[in-house]
Design a binder for this molecule. Sequence first.
Ligand SMILES: Cc1cc2nc3c(=O)[nH]c(=O)nc-3n(C[C@H](O)[C@H](O)[C@H](O)COP(=O)(O)O)c2cc1C
Length: 202
Amino acid sequence: MPNTIIAILGSNIFGGNADKLLQEAIHGAEDAGCTVERINAAHINIDPCMQTFGCMTESHCCVDNEAEKYYRMLKKADGIIIATPVMTYGIPGALKCFMDRCQPFYMAKYYRKQPFITKEHAKIRKMLFICIGGMSAEDIFIGPKLTAKAFADIIDAKYSDELLQNDMDRIVKIETKPEVLKAAYEKGFSLGRGIVEARNQN
Ligand SMILES: Cc1cc2nc3c(=O)[nH]c(=O)nc-3n(C[C@H](O)[C@H](O)[C@H](O)COP(=O)(O)O)c2cc1C
């Protein structure tokens, strides 16, 4: 369905700070006219990539679990929102596992030169990356951003916007930062509006 956004939560905590920011971004995207479907990466049945390299020749993954369902969701999406905490200077294992399992997109695009996403659709697809970390250091986002940008490239979505909030160990509750919640809503709205406008031009 056009104007569909897939929202992916990297935290395992429902109602936690990353989840709250994701909810705000989702509300923004919905207010802009998009339909949003969620994937809670820490609560799905996805095993790690086993490097069998079946996806060098096949368009599917030979590790048999829920992955195909999520490939279908990602293929149809016009936008992706990811909200995640920093863990060990990277992203949480479950979210990374999810991204690694998207290797069939990589092989289709770069190895077989038969991308899942058409050129026209790729022009529309955009990603908003929301990332929070406990430490006050600025460099905590280097690893997560590199991974998110690589993922965006693999699934053919433009890494178009980000919201980064460090110092969460001191802030504790994101509700005490209404300006950050507002920014999440506005960035979700802006992502959604851009998608709706691009679809209307087609
Ligand atoms: C296993 C683990 C590793 C973490 N590693 C980092 C880190 O390297 N840098 C950092 O700034 N925060 C780190 N944090 C803190 C989280 O990013 C922070 O608590 C965040 O607010 C959690 O968001 P959530 O409650 O929405 O899951 C880590 C937290 C956990 C549980």
